[in-house]
Design a protein around this ligand. Sequence first.
Ligand code: FAD
Ligand code: GLY
Length: 376
Amino acid sequence: MPDRTDILIVGGGLIGLAIARTLRLRGASVTVFDRDPEPRGASWAAGGMLAPLGEAPDPGPFLAFGLDALARWPRWAASLEAESGLDVGLHAGGKLLVADTAEAVQSLQARYAWQAAAGHDVVWLDAPAVRRVEPALDSGWSAGLHLPDHAHVDPRRLLTALAGAARAAGVHLRYGTEVRGLDRGPEGLRGLLLADGSRVRGGWVVNAAGAWSGRIEGLPAPLPVRPVRGQMLALTLDEPLTTGLVAGPAAYLIPREVDGRPTLVVGASMDDAGFEVATDAATIAGLRAGAEALVPALRGRPELDRWAGLRPGTPDDLPILGVDPRLPRLVHATGHHRNGILLAPSTAAAVAEVVEGGAIDPRWADAFHPGRFDGA
Ligand code: FAD
Ligand code: GLY
């Protein structure tokens, strides 16, 4: 283990690992630190939807970044599979958003209007058409918006494959190693201070610590990243009930295969519970009811598992991406909130570009700028 590497990355979630692999493949020496012996942050807990049009509130920088990421996904997944020898569970199948009340239909129509006007691949569905796309849906859903080019991935397989690909490329993975903070001197950023008191020298530090990104000691200014808890459950099926992603008002559904068995992942709540990662019975029951309202055949299906994770949220729900304006060679790659799985390949490309002397793409550079919250 060298005591000096070019790039030190705090956080071995999907964002940290994606950056590490990309930089290593471009020739840098890279070390990733994660306090968990087996990282199980938001990346492990996620649903795995790759759905920029389903998540974007408007046609702004988030959508541009998300579409950039979606376009990278097939090639990125194929590379990770080739490098790791593992399947990441990427599936096409689209995403279907459904509505029942007049208000919900109107809101979906508004989304359809701006997305269709911008030329995106979106299809408006009446009630019979909703059931033609996903026949298992309850007949009470009166309208739907179909996003045919959206996809999903298995985040746990992906995390394992990405760690394998990073390791195969020569990234040093220091799992079980907590970072206390930045090691700074009069000359600027020296590297990292670890929780055991030791120091590691590095050329660049990448803060990819997810929901904990603001807790790294020695940051030049407070980083307003907050944990947004999400709870999920998985139901075991006899056979797949849906082909793609489905989202209703109280739950979304993601098909997944677990140990060779068809499974449906149901998500997800959003609340502020601090750094507490636990599920509660009432929230899980609410999600289950939301899922059964979408697909009645889910009633009585056995629960395989339930879990929670912490999304890295920001005040404007946008990522924090780029060099810290107050400390050269410190890069933030955090705040991916509800979409870090989707955004991982574009985030890795952006950070690699910056470290190599380039700039963040102007389509999202200002919107994601690390100094935007205090005008730095
Ligand atoms: P994490 O995966 O949380 O990784 C951060 C890592 O940093 C952790 O492993 C932690 O141990 C480590 N760390 C923190 N502090 C330190 C320290 N001081 N020293 C050492 N290590 C440290 N996104 C999508 O795109 N699609 C989805 O369908 C989707 N569904 C979601 C569902 C749920 C329930 C949740 C919770 C999230 C979902 N997300 C989804 C969001 C996505 O999971 C996150 O945006 C993404 O995983 C963030 O990745 P990350 O690497 O930044 O954070
Ligand atoms: N993107 C889905 C979630 O965060 O729950």
